[in-house]
Structure formats: C-alpha cells, structure tokens
Design a protein around this ligand. Structure first.
Ligand code: GLN
Length: 250
C-alpha cells in the first residue's frame, strides 16, 4: 500500500516520520501524476492559503478532487482538514480554494492565532475502540480550525468543549459578522465520512500512532469492500452461464 503525503508545505516530514514509526514508507507527492500511483493520501497541516497557492501553481486541484472522489482514503490534518471541507468560514477576503468532499463547515482559525495554540487530552473513545489504548489522546492544536457543522453522513470521532471564556475574540479568529456563528458549547475536531478522515489537530507531532494506524486500516477496509463487490458481481455470472470474465478464443 503506497501512502502519499502531500509535500507542498507544512508538516509533511512529520507525517512521513510518523508513518515510519509504524513501519510504512510514505511517498512525498508534489505533482498531479504522482497521485495515480498511490493508494491513500495525507494532506498535512501548515497554512491552508499558502498550500492552496502552491497547489494551484502545480495544477493539483483537479487531480486532488478526482482522488477524493475515487473513494481512496484521504486524511486532512489541520490545514489539510480545511482543504477537504465543503465550506470554510473565517477565510481571507475573496475566499479560498478548497478541494472539498467532506460534508462540513470548517472555521479556519476557530481557536485564534498562533499564540493561542494549545495541547490537551482529548476524549477519543471511538479511536480507542478501533485501535486500543487509552480513551484519551494528546492533541496538539496549532492555530487550529474547528468543524462547526457536519452532514448526516459524517461520523464525529471527537469534539472539544468551548465557552466564551476559553475563546479569543472574533477579530483574532478572523471571523466576520456575515459568518454568523452563534455561541457553541462544543466544536467538532475529528470526523470520518466514508473514505475521508479529518482532524483539526496534529497527531503526527505526538508519539501516539493510533490515528495513523486508523487511517491505514481505512485503506484495508475499503480495499476489502471493493474485493467483496468484485466477488459478488462475478457470482452473478457463474462460469458457463453468464458472460465469462476472461476472453475465450474458440
Ligand atoms: N489555521 C491554519 C490555516 O488556515 C491551519 C493551521 C495548521 O495547519 N496548523 O491554514
């Protein structure tokens, strides 16, 4: 299984190292054609507008959208999560180009500026259920986004309680009145929707490799389901009755 890591900007080296820790060699991806030879893709954290400019420069957006739609696993961390969201608020004037596919609204700098970055013990029972280990994980939020709303097809894997006391001002968060965000008592910080995984924090910066192994497992699950599909379909055409699956020259 070739795991690609989008290597335009941001924490791609750290993802490559986290993959190495679980015995997987990642492939740095910088050009559209490289997406054809990988089975899954990690879009790292960094700075989403800068990453979008670089992605545009390398003409990567169409190929990234195609990859997302192909059903192969894609994981966006932090800026990568912003990339995957269908809608982003708190963005620079004039908007920002997104890959999309993940049915949610993301707030680009929900937790404020670089100075308001923080670490926390996040409650992650669903991750522990799949990957074992404790019900919490160390989560590093760096000028982090948050998910404000998700569609019915999106599974919430972790949320984080917020109140007006622990949030910086609207201006620091780059929010404007038109963004129209009401007071929330929690925000979503990790989700899964089919082949897509999104985390607002940076698992690649901690020693806990469970998010990376969860992502690899998604690839295996999706691969197995595809295989089952092929087998079921070929069962519909048993040899000798339906269309043979190999050309027969008589
Ligand atoms: N909020 C940042 C952005 O707009 C993302 C920060 C990160 O990836 N650590 O891109």
């Amino acid at each position: 299984m070739a795991v690609g890591v989008l290597a335009l900007q941001g924490s791609f080296n750290e993802h490559m190292a986290a993959l190495r820790r679980i015995g997987v060699k990642g492939v740095e991806v910088r050009r559209p054609e490289q997406l054809e030879s990988i089975d899954s893709l990690i879009i790292p954290g960094g700075e989403s507008t800068t990453m979008a400019k670089l992605a545009n420069y390398h003409n990567l957006f169409p190929a990234l959208r195609e990859f997302v739609n192909s059903g192969k696993p894609v994981w966006g961390t932090c800026a990568g999560l912003i990339f995957l969201a269908d809608k982003a608020v708190g963005v620079k004037a004039g908007g920002q180009e997104l890959v999309g596919g993940l049915n949610c609204t993301v707030h680009r700098n929900y937790f404020g500026s670089q100075l308001q970055s923080f670490e926390t013990e996040l409650s992650v029972p669903k991750l522990a259920e799949k990957e074992g280990g404790p019900d919490v994980c160390r989560a590093v939020f760096i000028r982090a986004p948050a998910i404000l709303e998700v569609g019915a097809d999106v599974e919430v894997l972790a949320d984080y309680p917020v109140s007006s006391d622990n949030l910086p001002s609207m201006a620091t968060r780059g929010e404007d009145k038109e963004d129209n965000i009401g007071p929330l008592d929690k925000v979503i910080v990790a989700v899964r929707q089919g082949n897509l995984l999104g985390t607002a924090f940076h698992p690649e910066l901690t020693a806990d490799t469970r998010w990376h192994s969860l992502f690899l497992r998604m690839g295996e699950e999706i691969g197995e389901r595809r295989l089952q599909c092929i087998t079921t379909n070929s069962d519909d055409h048993p040899k000798g009755k339906g269309t043979p699956d190999l050309p027969i020259f008589e």
